[in-house]
Design a protein around this ligand. Sequence first.
Ligand code: BGC
Length: 271
Amino acid sequence: MSKHIAIGVDIGGSGIKAAPVDLKTGEFTEERYRIPTPDPSTPDAVARTVAKCIARFSPGRKTAIGVAFPGVVQRGVVKTAANVDDAWIGTNMRELIRDYAGHDVYVMNDADAAGYGEYKHGAAHGRDGVILMTTLGTGIGTAMIVDGQLVPNLEMGHIEIDGQDAEIAAAESARERLGLDWDGWIKNLQRYYSEIEKLLWPDLIIVGGGVSKSHHMFLPHLTLRAPIIPAELLNGAGIVGAAAWAASEHKKAEKARKDDEKKAARKAKHH
Ligand code: BGC
């Protein structure tokens, strides 16, 4: 696999999706592969499925692979699992997937992946300033990119509004669960984004998730300070972002390893 290709995997509530991504263009180099998310979505079942998705594209030893997960991920370890099996909490996802796939991976939060993807190749391509990505799906995912730097694990879907977790009323899933028409949902969205703007003051807000395909139904009805625009990569943002982020982490790790080698060689020469 070429040096300019990395693999992205996006773990969602209903499907696990993967594709190789051209890092220069952000385009898939092969057709996306999807396997339904195992039920229950326990760590072993999901890791096995992720490994199957990875194997499909026969990555080379040096190919960077990024995996996006719908919860907080710190240094490879899952810390929260609002909409997936609780057994994930405390799991070292990086190690688990490495065991099943036989290949090192980088793992990150799904909204972080989507935000990074939109920054690299989508709606916020190359834009400086404070960019806030929000994904409206089963839950609300949020990510912040400041002058190109990702601030990981922003969990603004869980701010408290009217005494409850914001995503309960404003996520896309709330429409069906609460039986809301567009107007009803827009009211909840307005309340949510106004609160967000009070706290964060972003320069640009991007809205992703499946419902962003119907952005004309709700975005023009929101009154906010910052421009609010639909994501461009739609379903692909998580895959593209995970691949791009993995490639950049991989590069950093390689550089650190080479610097260490050089240092060790210099030291050996002086002794
Ligand atoms: C989780 C986030 C995730 C978002 C979208 C939220 O419930 O807490 O970590 O990014 O859902 O999947």
